[in-house]
Design a protein around this ligand. Structure first.
Ligand SMILES: Cc1cc2nc3c(=O)[nH]c(=O)nc-3n(C[C@H](O)[C@H](O)[C@H](O)COP(=O)(O)OP(=O)(O)OC[C@H]3O[C@@H](n4cnc5c(N)ncnc54)[C@H](O)[C@@H]3O)c2cc1C
Length: 450
């Protein structure tokens, strides 16, 4: 471990998230260099009457990281500890960003089975909110967790393994925890042999993609599409595992597709939408005219993740997969009927059911519908109206993306809600790791309720 050159706790500067819309000034910022130092920070916080909030790379849109207590940042606990290519089991420190983890795995001939759109999150931060990619047969990231070490409110560190007793139950809860059980310091992950993906990106009629979503999701390893409000053309992305050699886009083409269109073009259209929100239909349709067919083959982590430079805010709902077409059509009709000033596309994905109590795919095959809004523009009325649609489809909000739910509205949507609350009672009964967000979405700490 690198020797510390700066004190690991300090007066905290103002913190803000990636989107720049959540801010806080913690009493103390702790960046421990060891698990032991972390447990001392936690013990001191408890003695001083502060709460403790772990933070990753701040890519959540909700106030999940906001605290006036002690903010714990694990940037100095961010190494790959061990990787066994024969079993695929790897041990990683919790603060490691996904892009570094994926590069390190690749050197060992390994990869994550599935990934989301970006790779800037820390592994623990991504897991804590149930981060997912797409793939009807693949589960979200948290399903790969087979063990972890977690620093608890009582100053101890507990090792959780996937056995059939209490430890296994606590591990299931810790896989998607919102940081509400303790600070995870290390994770054991089941990875897969490194693989390549061939990705075909192409404009197609929106109605074909809505009507054919289930067939497309079944036919491809990783399928998703972007629906552009007010437009009849959508952008389809189909990625499949292949033994073909890497064939990335030529540099000039990559610049056009990934930089010029996906970032600079999106920024320009978003600015136009901001200046003239009533022109959103024309702007959105103009955007679809720039879409083109592109095919690339590369190592999986280079295909899954892309760069997102345009700042936006987002709401995403997980719904029973069979309802995706109906729900999406309702969202598109809402936008058109109310002529909402939005030009950002709506993202549609799918994952398989899993068994983490707070996973948004817990116990059911899932489709995801994500709506976005350019950062300077008003989002709340739009997101609330979309949320009302998702409520009718038994929707579960992404824990890291904006929503307006409370513990009372969420509890009936999670069959294993009580299993998570039991883990909370066991590991953090007095709510040392509870902030306002956790209180809103999971309820007060168990001891307070008792
Ligand atoms: C541009 C962009 C693209 C995105 N794409 C996707 C996507 O494709 N799919 C998807 O599902 N999500 C996506 N997200 C959402 C993102 O993956 C999640 O919000 C994720 O939780 C962010 O990880 P982070 O490291 O930034 O964690 P933060 O946002 O900093 O923290 C998230 C949560 O993790 C907890 N936490 C952090 N570290 C620890 C720890 N050591 N122990 C316990 N708890 C901890 C925090 O307390 C907090 O509750 C995207 C976000 C952005 C901004």
């Amino acid at each position: 471990m690198t020797a510390p050159t700066t004190p690991s706790t300090s007066q905290a500067p103002t913190w803000s998230n990636w989107a720049g819309q959540q801010h806080c000034t913690p009493s103390v910022l702790a960046r421990p260099y060891s698990e032991r130092e972390l447990t001392e920070v936690i013990a001191r916080a408890g003695d001083a009457g502060h709460t403790v909030r772990p933070v990753g790379s701040g890519h959540s849109f909700t106030d999940t990281c906001v605290t006036d207590g002690v903010q714990v940042d694990l940037r100095h606990l961010a190494q790959l500890i061990d990787a066994d290519p024969s079993s695929g089991l790897v041990r990683v420190q919790a603060g490691m960003p996904l892009h570094r983890l994926c590069d390190a795995l690749h050197e060992h001939g390994l990869a994550l089975e599935n990934q989301g759109d970006i790779d800037r999150q820390t592994i623990a931060g991504a897991l804590a909110t149930g981060t997912h990619g797409t793939g009807a047969r693949f589960r979200n990231l948290s399903a790969g967790v087979v063990g972890c070490r977690i620093a608890l409110a009582d100053g101890t560190v507990r090792e959780l393994t996937a056995d059939s007793g209490l430890s296994g139950e606590l591990l299931r809860a810790a896989r998607v925890s919102l940081g509400a059980l303790g600070v995870i310091t290390e994770l054991t992950l089941q990875t897969v042999p490194a693989f390549r993906l061939r990705k075909v990106e192409e404009p197609r009629p929106l109605d074909d993609l809505i009507d054919g979503f289930h067939e497309l999701a079944a036919a491809h390893d990783h399928y998703e599409f972007y629906a552009f409000p007010y437009a009849k053309t959508a952008l389809s992305f189909a990625s499949d595992r292949t033994d073909d050699p890497p064939a990335p886009l030529p540099r000039w083409r990559k610049w056009v597709v990934d930089d010029l269109i996906a970032n600079r073009g999106l920024a320009a259209f978003s600015q136009a939408g901001r200046v003239a929100p009533r022109r959103a239909p024309q702007i959105s349709r103009a955007m679809t005219r720039l879409l083109s067919r592109d095919v690339r083959t590369d190592h999986s982590h280079r295909v899954f993740a892309s760069e997102r430079r345009v700042r936006f805010t987002e709401m995403e709902y997980a719904i029973p997969r069979a309802q995706v077409g109906a729900a999406l059509r309702e969202v598109l009709a809402l936008i058109e009927d109310q002529r909402i000033g939005v030009t950002f596309p709506i993202e549609v994905r799918a994952t398989a059911a899993d068994d983490a109590p707070l996973s948004t795919a817990s116990g059911r095959d899932t489709a995801y519908i994500a709506v976005h809004q350019f950062v300077p523009m008003p989002y709340e009325a739009y997101f609330r109206a979309v949320e009302a649609i998702m409520d009718r489809h038994d929707g579960r909000p992404h824990w890291g993306k904006r929503h307006f739910q409370t513990a009372a509205t969420l509890a009936p949507r999670y069959p294993e809600w009580d299993a998570f609350q039991a883990a909370r009672r066991e590991l953090d009964p007095h709510g040392l790791f509870t902030n306002d967000y956790v209180r809103r979405v999971l309820g007060p700490p168990p001891a307070e309720r008792a």
